[in-house]
Design a protein around this ligand. Structure first.
Ligand SMILES: [Zn+2]
Ligand SMILES: [Zn+2]
Length: 231
């Protein structure tokens, strides 16, 4: 099945202009079978001042989408994109998170990369650096990453070969997502072809950890990358 593991809804992500229902409609129209909602967790969001409420609101937005997606048999999984700013700005996609994990860890955006990675490890969560060479961002320490993302916004996709080379050099898994925030950003497709048996975010993390290769779904067609695996 074809999934897009990187989308943002306006109920949580302040930079998104699409409701969770609009995102699901768009992804279904584009022929996807599923998506992972990866709303932002960033220190400058007023909501993170109250971590308990933050977690409940974050989970409620996902559950609203899940109820809608279920009407169509569209797979809809929980994810999160955490921004760390020390020592430099970087965004991380967390795959395999559950509501319990979010309630327990609420607001990981104040951690270091190493701390974030060890929390992920302890909880079976797969950690991917999102769009690693956007703007001033650079590749982060691969010792504390499981994967890197080929991001399919126009400017991020332009550097996909560098991302693929970094993954191969460091034994990281390549993922791919559209990072959809607006209807007009949908010109370029992005996603992954994954086994139909994946039914939730935890299954997806398990798959990423154990697969021999990942199949990336792009406007240009499907690209397959060997998974050299670091674990
Ligand atoms: Zn955003
Ligand atoms: Zn994003």
């Amino acid at each position: 099945m074809k999934i897009d593991p990187h989308i943002h809804s306006s109920g949580i992500s302040l930079c998104s202009r699409m409701t969770v229902e609009e995102l699901i409609d768009m992804k279904r129209e584009q022929g996807y079978d599923g998506a992972i909602l990866t709303n932002h967790c960033q220190q400058w969001y007023p909501s993170v001042k109250d971590p308990k409420k933050w977690a409940e609101d974050f989970i409620a937005e996902y559950e609203r989408g899940k109820r809608y997606a279920d009407e169509f048999g569209f797979r809809f999984f929980l994810g999160i994109e955490v921004t760390l700013t020390e020592p430099a700005y970087a965004d991380y996609l967390l795959y395999g998170v559950t509501p319990e994990f979010l309630r327990k860890t609420a607001c990981l955006c104040g951690k270091s990369q190493k701390e974030l990675y060890s929390i992920c490890r302890e909880n079976g969560v797969f950690l991917v650096q999102a769009h690693p060479i956007r703007d001033e961002q650079t590749f982060k320490d691969p010792a504390y990453l499981d994967g890197v993302e080929i991001n399919c916004t126009e400017r991020d996709y332009a550097v996909w070969e560098k991302v693929a080379a970094f993954a191969a050099e460091n034994g990281l898994t390549l993922t791919c997502g559209s990072d959809t925030h607006y209807p007009e950003a949908a010109k370029r497709l992005g996603g992954m072809i994954v086994p139909d048996e994946i039914e939730n975010a935890v299954d997806f993390a398990e798959y990423l950890r154990n697969c021999d290769q990942t199949e990336l779904y792009l406007t240009e067609g499907i690209k397959v990358f060997k998974n050299s695996g670091k674990s």
